[in-house]
Every structure is written in structure tokens, then in C-alpha cells.
Design a protein around this ligand. Structure first.
Ligand code: IDC
Length: 573
């Protein structure tokens, strides 16, 4: 009995152990199966997430140049591009391009250079639209614009800045006037305005013959209507350059603006830029005379649309416009800069003109040198953006093309028309997107120094402005400061000269010697000759402005004086 009990216990134990083993194995099997399922589920979910995060801006196919309207391109793509670049620094005696050498220049040494642009999907707050929050286009949000004081205000009466891009010459790069490109510029780059640059010369509208003319008109029409459809603002730019003065093709300009203002009179998003960059000694008076003929035509057809007027010396001499602005409303004055060439001096000039009440529009700028090529100067470009944003100045970047030059926003060899990746854009292109997305690598401290240096915060120690006017037997002569600043202990004055022929005959030349209360140095002068004396200096005519008809005046001359204390002009003869 004992024996059989022992055997039973052993038998039950074996059965028990076996049963436990089977149960254990089953549990393990079920667990493995469960884990496997879970793993499968997760990998599926990850795939979906990946698909969802593909940037919306990347197109499924690269649009090829076949997207270009075939009716528009054939005749005009044949035009050879000029190799000779305009050089806005080429006339040193006329253009105050040199920087005051000792102007304190707090270059933000530790400002990180934005070598990378944010990718469109991660960008925080694009200035372009449809606005990520409201889903509205720039035009839906801001409507018809007008000029109030020195600023643009929108339909809600709020200060507003236009920021965007300019096409290259439409006769050379027509392919970018298409819906996909405009959408890319608006939605991915963050622009709210596009400028249609229509060269008048260089085989352009006035010199390229009837077929070119027709094609350019069609491109303007296409561009304006696309901008309207996408709720963007658009600038029709009468792009004078090699033609030097707008007066050269004035008749063509009058009929062009008659035509376009009639056609787009009801479009609230159109801005008219009537002469890109007068140069070659073209005086402000000449430009003003031209503007006073064109503007009434635009007013008649397009009501109060904003009109931008170019200024002398490749649209840099806003001080001259500030001395003698055009009568009327919704008129703005162009200032153009290329950050590699134009620095403190031009920023001070812009600031001074705005302080004097001039509405300035930077309808073209580049961050390269003035030729549109060379190194990008990011530090200087950032300083310009700080000042423009502070003063609510609108700005438009040159140029929307893939030309092999550093001011082209798209890299040479990239032929697609939309959905550009970072690698397909140039340094200037990536910088611009970064800026339009509000990413400026400048600290508050640096910002303050930049503004102060531009004369913005003025402060103590800024020399007082000078206004001197006197009637002489050769006419009435006026000297007026457009800017003053300190360089160390030196008092610096930028002065403009006006000579009005108040005599009873035409003047065939002029020379005025001014006396002052201390010795002066002159660091720069333009559109007049300068000779230094003892506690005096003499200004005399240049070849092109010596003749002044009875009753007429010239106001393009200017110069920069430096001296050891506050300056007083005491007389003239
Ligand atoms: C330049 C273009 C260049 C073209 C040339 C034609 O960048 O590819 O060959 O015009 O004349 C301006 C002018 C603008 C210039 C630009 C750069 O408004 O037309 O474009 N620039 O030189 N003013 C200052 C610089």
C-alpha cells in the first residue's frame, strides 16, 4: 500500500510538471503572437506619418520649361542677354557712393550668418499667404493700399509693408510669369508682392520691335491677372536703365501708362513704378517733370493707385526728392540699394529723407554688389532689413531668375519653375526666404546700434541741421542739410545745393564761394565741382548743369563736409 502510494505521488507529480510545461509554452506562444501583431501595427502607423510629413511644397514632378506659355516665349527668348552690366558706382564724382570712412560702423560681429533657410513647412510665420491662420490671401487681408505720411496703410488703416521679389527682365526670363511660380513665391517664400520688370531699352519695350512689345504687354497682362487671382500685389515697372533718363522714351511711357492704367484701373492690387533708375546725371527736376506728366494719366484711369517715382543716381538720391517732392497723394519715391556696395551712407540718406516726410519704397535691392554680382554681404543686408522694418519701408528683391549671377534667386542650371529646394536656391534666395519668414539673426543690442548709426535714434551730439539761402547777382542759392552725424569728434554735414535763376537772363555757368566760421574738409561731392579755401569753399557747375534758363533751377548738386565743431555758413558771393 505504501509502495503504491509512492508510485501514485510520483505519477501525479510527473503529470503536474508536464501540465505546467504545456501551459507555460502556450502562454509564451500567445505572447509572441501578440507582440508580432503589435510590431506590425506600429510599422504601418509610422509609414503613414512619414507620408504626412512630406513637405507640401515639394511638387510631385518637376515642372519643366514646357509649362511656359508657348505663345509667349519663342520670339523673346532669342534676345541675347547683355554682358555689360550697369555699374551704379561708375560715376564717382556724381554719386555719393563712398562711405564716410570714419562713420562708426558697429558691424554685428557675432551675428550668425543664416546659411540655411528654413524649409517651407517648418517656417513659423510667413508674411505671404494664404495666411496659415486665416487662410486668406494678402489682398483679402489688406485690400487696397494707400500712403499715409511716409508709410503704406492697408484697408484697416494699419501700417503695412510689401515684401517680395522682382522678376529679372521679362524679355529674357519670361518663363517665371506663371501660376506655379507665383504660388511658390507667395506660399513657400512668404512674399506678398511681385514686381514685373519691363526693360524699356536693351531690346525691351521701346527698342525690341513690335513682336517684343506685344509679348511684353502679354506678359504684363498675364502677371497682373495671376497676381490678382492669387491675391498678391503687383508692381508694373517701367524699367529704364541704359536709357538714363525717363524723358528719352517719354512718349512711349505716356501711352503705355495710359493703356495699362485703363486696363487695370479697377484692380486694387496694382502699383505703377514709372521709372526704375534714372542715372547719368539726370536731375531730379527732369524726373519730376516727367512724373508730373505720367501721374495725371494714371490718376485719370486708376484713381488713387500708388505710384513709385525713381530718383537720381540709380534711385539713390531720395534727399533731392525730399527737397522738392511732387504734389499729390499716394506717391512714393524709389530708393534702391545693393548691400555689398551701399551701406551706412545710403541708409542715413534714406533715414533722413523719411524723417523729412518722404514716403520711400525700396522697389529693388540686392545683397550683392551694385553690378548684381559678386559676394553676398549678409551683414550689411541684415542691417538694411532692420532699418526698413523699423521705418515700415516696403522692399522687393532683385531677381527672379536662374541667371549665373549672384543676385539671381535661383541657381544657374535649375530649370524648374516652382517648389525649389534649399539647394536649388542661391545664397541670396535662401537669405530672402529666411527674412520673409521673419528670421533675422540680429540681437536687440545690435539692432539698436544699427538704427542709431543710420541716424534713427539721433541722440545728443548730432550736429544741428543747416539751411542757408541767399539771393546773389547769379541767382538764389540754397544749401540745406539732408543728414548730419558725428564721426568721433568730427561734425559731419551732408548738404544739397539748389541754384534758382532769379536773374533776368539765362545763366551760362555758375560758381559760388561760401564763407563759413571754420575750415572744412570735403569727403565727397556730386553734380557740382568743389574747391576748398580758408574758412570758405567754392561750388561750381558741372558740364551738364551749367546752363540754367531764366526762372529755372537745378537741385542735383550735393557734398559732404566735415569739421571740428558746429558749422555756420556766413555768406556767399
Ligand atoms: C541687371 C541684371 C543683369 C542684366 C543687366 C542688364 O542683373 O543680369 O544683364 O541688368 O542691364 C540695377 C538695375 C537692374 C540691374 C541690377 C544689377 O535696376 O536692371 O540688373 N541693378 O546690375 N540697379 C542696380 C543694380
Amino acid at each position: 500500500m505504501k509502495e503504491s502510494l509512492k508510485e501514485k505521488i510520483i505519477a501525479y507529480s510527473v503529470i503536474g510538471v508536464l501540465a505546467l510545461l504545456v501551459i507555460g509554452l502556450s502562454i509564451r506562444l500567445v505572447w509572441i503572437l501578440h507582440k508580432n501583431n503589435e510590431a506590425n501595427d506600429r510599422s504601418g502607423a509610422e509609414k503613414i506619418t512619414v507620408t504626412e510629413t512630406v513637405p507640401t511644397g515639394v511638387p510631385s514632378k518637376d515642372p519643366t520649361p514646357t509649362d511656359v506659355d508657348p505663345t509667349l516665349t519663342p520670339e523673346i527668348t532669342g534676345i541675347p542677354e547683355p554682358t555689360d552690366e550697369p555699374d551704379p558706382t561708375a560715376e564717382p564724382t556724381k554719386a555719393p557712393t563712398a562711405e564716410p570712412t570714419k562713420t562708426p560702423d558697429p558691424t554685428p560681429t557675432d551675428a550668425p550668418t543664416p546659411t540655411t533657410a528654413p524649409t517651407p513647412t517648418t517656417a513659423p510665420e510667413p508674411t505671404g499667404n494664404p495666411n496659415p491662420v486665416t487662410g486668406k490671401t494678402p489682398y483679402e487681408l489688406h485690400g487696397k493700399l494707400k500712403v499715409s505720411g511716409t508709410k503704406i496703410i492697408d484697408q484697416n488703416g494699419k501700417e503695412f509693408q510689401l515684401k517680395g521679389v522682382s522678376t529679372h527682365g521679362l524679355q529674357w526670363f519670361p518663363q517665371y510669369v506663371n501660376e506655379e511660380t507665383f504660388r511658390t513665391i507667395r506660399d513657400e517664400w512668404g512674399a506678398n508682392v511681385i514686381r514685373l520688370a519691363m526693360y524699356t531699352d536693351e531690346n525691351g519695350y521701346c527698342t525690341g520691335g513690335p513682336a517684343v512689345k506685344k509679348n511684353l504687354r502679354e506678359l504684363i497682362d498675364k502677371g497682373v491677372k495671376l497676381a490678382d487671382k492669387l491675391g498678391m500685389y503687383v508692381i508694373i515697372d517701367w524699367h529704364i536703365l541704359h536709357d538714363l533718363t525717363p524723358v528719352k522714351y517719354q512718349n512711349e511711357a505716356l501711352s503705355f501708362f495710359e493703356d495699362v492704367s485703363k486696363q487695370y484701373g479697377s484692380y486694387g492690387n496694382v502699383i505703377y513704378e514709372i521709372c526704375n533708375e534714372p542715372n547719368g546725371g539726370t536731375s531730379w527736376n527732369e524726373i519730376k517733370g516727367y512724373a508730373e506728366k505720367v501721374i495725371p494719366i494714371i490718376r485719370k484711369n486708376a484713381g488713387d493707385a500708388i505710384v513709385i517715382v525713381g530718383t537720381p543716381t540709380w534711385s539713390q538720391d531720395v534727399d533731392q526728392a525730399a527737397n522738392n517732392p511732387i504734389q499729390g497723394t499716394n506717391i512714393m519715391y524709389a530708393l534702391h540699394f545693393y548691400a555689398g556696395t551701399h551701406k551706412d551712407n545710403l541708409r542715413q540718406k534714406m533715414n533722413a529723407a523719411i524723417k523729412r516726410g518722404l514716403p520711400v519704397f525700396v522697389s529693388e535691392f540686392g545683397i550683392t554688389d551694385a553690378s548684381g554680382n559678386g559676394r553676398c554681404d549678409i551683414d550689411e543686408a541684415n542691417k538694411w532689413v532692420v532699418l526698413m522694418d523699423e521705418l515700415k519701408v516696403s522692399y522687393v528683391c532683385w531677381n527672379l531668375a536662374n541667371k549665373n549671377e549672384s543676385s539671381s534667386l535661383i541657381k544657374a542650371g535649375v530649370n524648374k519653375l516652382s517648389g525649389f529646394t534649399k539647394d536649388e536656391l542661391s545664397t541670396e534666395g535662401n537669405w530672402l526666404i529666411s527674412v520673409l519668414h521673419g528670421n533675422l539673426p540680429v540681437t536687440e543690442e545690435q539692432k539698436e546700434a544699427i538704427l542709431q548709426n543710420a541716424g534713427q535714434s539721433g541722440g545728443e551730439g548730432t550736429p544741428d541741421a543747416i539751411t542757408f539761402t541767399q539771393k546773389t547777382d547769379k541767382g538764389t542759392v540754397t544749401l540745406m542739410t539732408s543728414n548730419t552725424w558725428m564721426e568721433g569728434s568730427k561734425y559731419c554735414y551732408q548738404l544739397s545745393l539748389e541754384v534758382k535763376n532769379t536773374t533776368s537772363a539765362d545763366l551760362s555757368g555758375w560758381s559760388f564761394t561760401f564763407s563759413c566760421d571754420r575750415d572744412v574738409e570735403c569727403s565727397n561731392f556730386w553734380c557740382c565741382k568743389f574747391k576748398k579755401g580758408t574758412k570758405s569753399f567754392t561750388l561750381s557747375e558741372e558740364s551738364w548743369n551749367g546752363r540754367i534758363a531764366k526762372g529755372a533751377s537745378i537741385s542735383d548738386g550735393g557734398f559732404i563736409l566735415k569739421c571740428d565743431g558746429p558749422l555756420k555758413i556766413t555768406g556767399v558771393k
